[in-house]
Design a protein around this ligand. Structure first.
Ligand code: ADP
Ligand code: MG
Length: 363
């Protein structure tokens, strides 16, 4: 374990915590993304790790030693913040060398390091350019080179691509991961963008209102969102309440649905229906789902919206009045208002509220 936070809590205003009891452990060489909506406490957590914000309670540990009271510059962490601008009056090489001079590197050693960093971020030959002559993407790579030059023991990045346009971000997020991996630096990377977190991280920490909701590798997170918040944040909107009525089956407003995993009879559950698990047919057609375990829903279902998305078509449905979303690989021949038959091939439990055991229920 390289870095640990233990029960970090911070309130800027008394009684309103920005980060609450947050514990996290990061391994050497890992790239960890803090992901969550604006205002959920990502920057506050990062700044507490950096030593720029003092926690109200809890502690930060690095290489097994407590560093909560160690001033930021003595932690030897690197930082790349969106608003941590390059020096516009210095050229590229001088920007990258800045931290090295502060650390007392000799001129020769610093020059060699600058060349090494320019090669790393694929900006060989850019050393003498003015910052103003660089594109946004090039500036971000210089900022990364500057942060990495002193060989920080931990690199912190706060929305480093936030100011760039979509296409440039797509490219730079891949460059970033490749560079961080090549250097082997441990990194904590803040973003509110799911795509960015998935592209950059080994592990993602999903935060909500100052707390962690789920910590998992991107693939695991996408395959098994553990809470309704995570499911919604990842863009899954088919969440449905139900009650377990037999092993692997829950009763819901739109009928009985199968679910993965355990669940005692009587447990209240929230089910996630992935859009690709929703299958449709005209009402008088046979539903051929190709899955023996699919459940045909009985209540009347109508198409309320159709939206062509390129690789798939999003179909909005009302099943017994309950909104449901499906994604079909082709553009269907149906129209809004058509009645359809709906089948669901499987669901996942994202929340379970155990009932009170019968002996404790009282009379
Ligand atoms: P994020 O980075 O996820 O957007 P922040 O850590 O910046 O979230 O903010 C978390 C909460 O703390 C927000 O409600 C924000 O308004 C509040 N906050 C952040 N910084 C300050 C500050 N310096 N003073 C007062 N409140 C702050
Ligand atoms: Mg922030």
């Amino acid at each position: 374990m390289l870095l640990e936070t233990k029960s970090l809590t911070k309130a800027y205003t008394p009684g309103v915590t920005a980060v609450t009891n947050l514990s996290l452990a990061i391994d050497e060489g890992e790239i960890v993304c803090l992901l969550g909506p604006s205002g959920c406490g990502k920057t506050t957590l990062l700044r507490m790790i950096a030593g720029l914000v003092q926690p109200d309670s809890g502690s930060v540990w690095f290489e097994g030693a407590e560093v909560t009271a160690v001033p930021p510059h003595q932690r030897e962490f690197g930082m790349m913040f969106q608003d941590f601008a390059l020096f516009p009056h210095k050229n590229v090489a001088a920007n990258i060398a800045f931290g090295l001079e502060m650390h007392g590197w000799s001129r020769e050693r610093a020059a060699a390091r600058v060349a090494e960093m320019l090669a790393l971020v694929e900006l060989e030959g850019f050393g003498q350019r003015d910052i103003a002559q660089l594109s946004g993407g090039e500036q971000q790579r210089v900022a990364l080179a500057r942060a990495l030059a002193p060989g920080p023991r931990l690199l912190m990045l706060d929305e480093p691509l936030g100011a760039l346009d979509r296409a440039l971000r797509e490219r730079l997020m891949l460059d970033l991961r490749r560079i961080l991996q090549r250097v082997g630096v441990t990194a904590v990377y803040v973003t509110h963008d799911q795509t960015e977190a998935f592209a950059v991280a080994d592990r993602v920490v999903v935060m909500n209102a100052g707390r962690t909701e789920q910590i998992a590798a991107p693939q695991e997170l996408f395959a098994r969102p553990a809470t309704p918040f995570v499911a919604r944040f990842l863009g899954f909107h088919n969440l449905l309440d139900g009650v377990v009525v037999e092993s692997g089956i829950a009763a819901t407003k739109i009928g009985r649905l199968p679910f993965d995993g355990e669940g005692e009879i009587g447990t209240a559950v929230t089910l996630l229906i992935r859009p690709e698990s929703v299958q449709l047919a005209m009402n008088n057609e046979q539903l051929t789902t190709g899955s023996p375990s699919s459940f045909i829903l009985h209540p009347s279902s109508f198409i309320t919206g159709l939206s062509f998305r390129g690789r798939y078509t999003q179909v909005l449905l009302a099943c017994n009045g309950v909104p449901l979303m499906a994604e079909l690989p082709d553009f269907p021949r149906w129209r809004v208002g058509d009645e359809v038959a709906v089948a669901v091939t499987g669901t996942q439990v994202v929340e379970a509220r155990n009932r009170v055991p019968s002996e404790e229920r009282g009379s």
